[in-house]
Each structure stands twice: as structure tokens, then as C-alpha cells.
Design a protein around this ligand. Structure first.
Ligand SMILES: [Cu+2]
Length: 92
């Protein structure tokens, strides 16, 4: 199976106040709950990130962030800096 493009979903669920977005970003390479904790922690350390809910089982992070302060691209870069990938690795 081959995935093209970016495996992420953008949910524009921001009724509370303008600029708040929820993004679901794939995170590959996590294998235990402490991986997820690490990813969540480094995401939450970014300015503008309100919450980060990371699941090893789903291989994804659900991030609520203020899009005037941080971009989705920065979130993904942060995840990759932590040693994980946001796009599937090519396998056979
Ligand atoms: Cu781990």
C-alpha cells in the first residue's frame, strides 16, 4: 500500500473563539505510552498549543492550537524533531 501526500485530517472545529483549530496529525514510530507522553509534552511546550492528545494505538496526535501563534507545519516539525515521523515510512 502506498500513501500519497500528507496523512492528516484538519477539523475546523473552532466555535469557542476564532483562530482555535483542532488538527489530527499522524505520528509514526511510537511504541509505548511514554513515547506518547513525550510527544504530547513537546507539543504542549510550543506556544499556542492548548492541548495535545497522543495515542500510540491510533498513531496520531489530536492537537488543539491557536493558529495565529503556531502553524500545523511547526507542530509536525516538532514531532519529527522528537524522533517520530508524520508521514508513513516507505515499506516494500
Ligand atoms: Cu516508547
Amino acid at each position: 500500500m502506498r500513501y500519497m501526500g500528507i496523512a492528516l485530517m484538519l477539523l475546523a472545529a473552532a466555535p469557542a473563539w476564532a483562530g482555535e483549530k483542532t488538527a489530527t496529525v499522524k505520528v509514526y514510530g511510537m511504541d509505548c505510552p511514554s513515547c506518547a507522553k513525550g510527544v504530547a509534552g513537546s507539543l504542549k511546550a510550543l506556544p499556542g498549543v492548548k492541548s495535545a492528545d497522543v495515542s500510540v494505538e491510533k498513531a496520531q496526535a489530536v492537537v488543539v492550537y491557536e493558529d495565529t501563534q503556531v502553524t500545523l507545519e511547526q507542530l509536525k516539525k516538532r514531532i519529527e524533531k522528537s524522533g517520530y515521523t508524520t508521514t508513513p515510512k516507505k515499506s516494500d
